[in-house]
Design a protein around this ligand. Structure first.
Ligand code: LMR
Length: 328
């Protein structure tokens, strides 16, 4: 049985895309878990490496390891603190051990769309979040977008009651677990690279993710269909080790920082489009996409929104209010 990650490597030849680092160049390893094409993070990581390798040639060399080929997200932050990897971009749901502040991004129906997420991240509150884990050794360099999440299972999901009693893979986040429990479903935290196999063998019945991840991991092949709920958000923090970052020569850090900011701006503004293309690719490949009427969608909102109350103290009413303003 080939894992989805392994299948994706075969499909894209991703591991062959390594830069050849020259002697004397500082090696920057960037580990992530998704595929490289038709994926906001995959495309951004590749572009970042291309620019660094061209513009910083002789000084720095970036190697990107996609598809969980170097680390799963549950290992990468530890590896970063050990100095074994310099860049990663785990989803905001994967920082639970470092901060509870990111829980706002996992609350269901918090953000209307990725533009609202973008505006919140660019607010003073959002920008401060990048530095919220410095004491723990991690520095956020940029927020990178994926998009809003959809839900799928091995049976049609139209009413929230349809999810009752089913097992859903979730990212390791207390909020995401509570979301599933609010539906009467059973959450199963699991690494991204294991999801395809778990869906295929029936270890779990369903999952939630963005179009680009559902497409990239081919989840639609082993699910009955995908319901377009837009109920959550998967977004990333491009993160590094504080000591490594501060130890860089100032000109190197500035140049890297400028490239990161330019790549972030260029790719974040395309993330919606990349997900729409992935959605179309799912449909073209024969995947079933189900739309909800406004009334049907409201039933999901009513079922899940009580989770906000549970995490109010972690997240802060003032932050929820700020986030809601960007939905207007
Ligand atoms: C997931 O685990 O489902 C996502 O965080 C994967 C990713 O990096 O988009």
């Amino acid at each position: 049985l080939m894992t989805a990650a392994a299948a994706a490597i075969v499909a894209t030849g991703a591991t062959t895309a390594q830069a050849q680092c020259d002697e004397g160049e500082m090696v920057i390893k960037f580990s992530h878990v998704t595929n490289t094409d038709r994926h906001p993070k995959g495309i951004a990581a590749t572009l970042l490496a291309e620019r660094v390798n061209e513009e910083m040639n002789g000084k720095a060399c970036m190697e990107v390891y996609p598809n969980s080929t170097l680390y799963d997200d549950d290992k990468v932050l530890e590896a970063m603190l050990q100095g074994d990897v310099q860049l990663a971009a785990p989803s905001l749901s994967k920082f639970e051990q470092f901060t509870k502040g990111f829980r706002i991004f996992d609350l269901p129906f918090m953000f209307k769309n990725i533009d609202a997420v973008d505006a919140f991240q660019n607010s003073e509150t959002g920008q401060a979040m990048k530095e919220s884990m410095v004491r723990r050794g991690l520095l956020g360099l940029a927020f990178w977008h994926n998009g809003v999440t959809q839900i799928s299972a091995n049976k049609p999901l139209i009413s929230p009651d349809d999810a009752k009693g089913l097992k859903f893979r979730v990212q390791p986040s207390e909020v995401l677990k509570a979301n599933m429990e609010s539906l009467g479903a059973s959450p199963q935290p699991m690494a991204f690279s294991e999801v395809y196999g778990a869906l295929q063998t029936g270890v779990v019945d369903g999952q939630e993710n963005t179009w680009s991840n559902i497409y990239g991991q081919k989840f639609f092949e082993v699910q009955d269909g995908i319901t377009e709920t837009n109920h959550g958000v998967i977004d990333y923090l491009l993160v590094t080790n504080v000591d490594w970052w501060e130890g860089l020569d100032e000109d190197v850090r500035n140049q890297l920082s400028t490239i990161i900011n330019e790549v972030t701006e260029a790719r974040n503004s395309e993330s919606f489009k990349v997900n729409e293309e992935a959605k179309q690719a799912i449909i073209d490949a024969g995947g079933e996409v189900r739309q909800l009427s406004a009334e049907q969608r409201q039933a999901w909102v009513d079922a899940m929104k009580p989770v906000w109350e549970t995490f109010l103290d972690d997240v802060g009413q003032e932050n929820i209010d700020a986030a809601q303003e960007f939905n207007a």
